[in-house]
Design a protein around this ligand. Structure first.
Ligand code: 1CP
Length: 344
């Protein structure tokens, strides 16, 4: 099916656009009262994420309500460890927790490479429903966590500011670490390929914890696995791939050389410097989500500054990380409208 609004895909491929496309990381989520109502009905985050009709409903909400130029499938990066044999719980006000972790070769033995078509069938089903219901209005983004970020949760068992248990393993047992990272990578490649077969138009890899690694460690434990994913998914599917490595300002040049079309930036990364370090790719980002707590005039001023810095071609407007849950949805709408208005 041809898309009515393919701005995001054209920008990702480096084709000309008549205005800058925009979407928001975490757009399908707690900022919307309409999301909270569906989540209430589902009973829990996990129930919502594993019920394809409901996951599809909250995926489409931001397209209708906020006017974004893409939908992102409502799911979580943690469905991959779950499919590998490590179930998680979503604890209210605290976030995800894994009752069991993987910290040694014996525990690794019990972890399998996920079979996307069976273990993650509910996500693939949600994708099919969304594609049908979107009916070509905007593209649908699929996603997965980068192997290192998934490794963090599988070893640590929960969120952390430092992920020192995960990082300790990189130093103490590199062979184990590489073996676990490879199993996650193999699972992720198959999962992203399955998402494309189910209908997603492009995919994003979230390396949310990239910034806790030193440049050397990043080159050893994260980049090679993202590279495997980009190479395999690009070859098998041809869809544009976005790599978003939060905090990895030090690795921009190397990320820019990956087999991907788009590089996501956080707000610590300067636009002009990033253009220089990442030639020939589309950039995505990078407004500080806290700007959306400021007044309307300040939001407008920051948007104009961002558009001036990135230009209108080879650029996808977004925040530098997910939108914070207590952001006023009216401010989010204003952000989106302002990008649309000032980028033509
Ligand atoms: O109560 C709830 O509704 C749970 C909140 C929530 C939501 C809405 C979680 C728990 N996950 C999600 C959905 C989600 N997660 C999406 C949906 C699509 C969209 O963007 O609109 C996506 C893309 C993710 C990805 C995700 N999950 C990442 C990578 C992106 C990022 O923000 O860096 C990470 C790190 C997670 C783990 C996770 N899931 C949920 C929480 C609170 C966390 C972070 C845990 C931590 O603090 O370490």
């Amino acid at each position: 099916m041809t898309l009515q609004n393919d701005l995001l895909l054209r920008a990702a491929r480096g084709e000309n656009v008549e205005r800058v496309p925009i979407w928001l990381m975490r757009q399908a989520g707690r900022i919307l009262a309409e999301y909270r109502a569906v989540r209430e009905k589902a009973g829990s985050f996990i129930k919502l994420a594993t019920t394809p009709e409901l996951a599809a409903e909250v995926t489409i909400q931001p397209v209708d309500i906020l006017g974004v130029d893409a939908a992102i499938i409502f799911s979580d990066i943690l469905v991959v460890p779950e499919a590998m044999g490590l179930p998680y719980e979503m604890v209210e006000q605290r976030g995800p927790v894994f009752p069991k972790t993987v910290r040694n070769p014996q525990e690794l033995e019990r972890i399998k490479v996920a079979d996307a078509e069976s273990d993650l069938a509910y996500v693939l089903e949600a994708i099919k429903i969304v594609k049908k219901e979107l009916n070509g209005r905007v593209p649908l983004i699929g996603f997965a966590g980068a192997p290192f970020t998934i490794f963090c949760y599988m070893t640590e068992g929960r969120g952390s500011k430092t992920f020192s248990i995960a990082k300790k393993l990189l130093y103490a047992d590199p062979a184990f670490s590489h073996a676990l990272l490879q199993k996650i990578t193999d699972s992720t490649i198959e999962y992203l390929k399955a998402q494309v077969r189910a209908g997603v138009d492009l995919v994003q890899i979230f390396d949310s914890w990239a910034g806790i690694l030193s440049p050397d460690q990043y080159r050893t434990f994260s980049l090679p696995y993202i590279k495997q994913i980009c190479d395999a998914v690009a070859e098998a599917t041809g869809v544009p791939i976005t790599v978003f490595a939060k905090g990895a300002f030090f690795a921009r040049q190397e990320i820019g050389q990956l087999n991907c079309s788009v590089v996501g930036l956080d707000w610590n990364m300067d636009a002009a410097e990033s253009r220089q370090l990442i030639p020939g790719k589309t950039l995505q980002g990078n407004l500080d989500p806290c700007v959306l707590y400021a007044d309307y005039d300040q939001v407008k001023a920051e948007v104009k500054k961002m558009l001036q810095a990135f230009g209108t071609q080879r650029y996808i407007a977004n925040l530098g990380h997910g939108v914070y849950p207590d952001t006023d949805p009216e401010k989010v709408k204003y952000f989106i409208q302002t990008v649309k208005e000032y980028s033509v």
